[in-house]
Ligand binder design. Structure first.
Ligand SMILES: [Zn+2]
Length: 279
């Protein structure tokens, strides 16, 4: 009897193994999260690659084909993926499309939700629950993977807090190229002065630039930040007129190219860049 039970268990495992859950992800951050939680039980296609500007990305026919055969589609939120309806159409109602950002607090004001560990952890939970819903037999494995990952995130958060604490409160002024650090600012007591809007199409007018220059002078801001995927022309004008230095480029829109292609590396890069430049 015992042997039979073991045999059935082995068959069940083999079946679960066969059916690796097919996932299409349109966010570099979510690609990492679902790979961490799903481990070897998921087959993830990361359509937006680290270092690619998600504001510029648009799915090609090959992407839509992959979506059509996926069981789960992950997008960060409507604000960034203007093509969500296209994905929905390609999925044809057969798969689940999760707009993770829409389920997180604060994403309505700033869709760049991945700049707090709290939100990364929340997103991990949402992804874990969906994987379990689709593969209930793998509940324990997904839960254990999510718990391991969350533990690593907690350690990272401790590091982030300690690093930010090196910066006096009155130095926490963040002048960035586009409005993408709202969530980060709120969590760590920064004031943000975005030069452009939430998307790159909101380019600043002369009045906006003059206003930013005024803020930099009045507050004695030491450095401003460019973003690696953005047009630095306005930044150059501001540095010329105020003498402020460029503190470096921040990874605003998700994971960067190697070696900044993990969530941990993104945080370490952004937080170190900000704190060292404003100290
Ligand atoms: Zn952005």
């Amino acid at each position: 009897m015992k042997l039979l039970g073991l045999f059935l268990l082995l068959i069940a495992c083999a079946r679960a193994d066969e059916a690796r859950l097919r996932v299409s992800s349109f966010s570099t951050v979510l690609t990492e999260i679902v790979r961490e939680v799903g481990g070897e039980k998921v087959d993830v296609t990361g359509h937006v690659k680290p270092g690619v500007d998600p504001h510029e990305f648009s799915p090609r026919p090959a992407d839509l084909e992959a979506v059509a055969s996926s069981e789960l589609i992950l997008v960060s939120s409507r604000h960034i993926e203007g093509y969500v309806e296209k994905l929905r159409e390609a999925a044809g109602g057969k798969s689940v499309l999760l707009e993770i950002g829409a389920q997180l607090p604060g994403a309505a004001e700033d869709p760049h939700w991945w700049h707090t560990i709290g939100n990364i952890t929340r997103a991990t939970r949402i992804v874990r629950d969906e994987l379990i819903r689709q593969r209930p037999a793998l509940r324990e494995q997904f839960s254990a993977n999510a718990a391991d990952y969350t533990e690593r995130l907690e350690k990272l958060e401790k590091w982030v807090k300690a690093k930010v604490a090196e910066l006096p409160r009155d130095r926490r002024k963040l002048v960035t190229n586009h409005d993408s650090f709202g969530g980060f600012a709120k969590e760590f007591g920064f004031e943000v002065y975005p030069i452009a809007g939430i998307t790159k199409n909101d380019q600043p007018g002369g009045r906006k630039v003059a206003e930013i220059i005024g803020v930099i002078r009045a507050q004695g801001v030491k450095a401003i930040f460019s973003e690696d995927t953005e047009n630095p022309k306005v930044i150059a004008q501001i540095t010329r007129e105020t003498g402020v230095k460029i503190g470096g480029s921040l990874l605003a829109d998700g994971l960067g190219a190697k070696p900044n292609d993990t969530i941990e590396a993104m945080f370490r890069h952004n937080v170190t860049t900000i704190v060292e430049a404003l100290k």
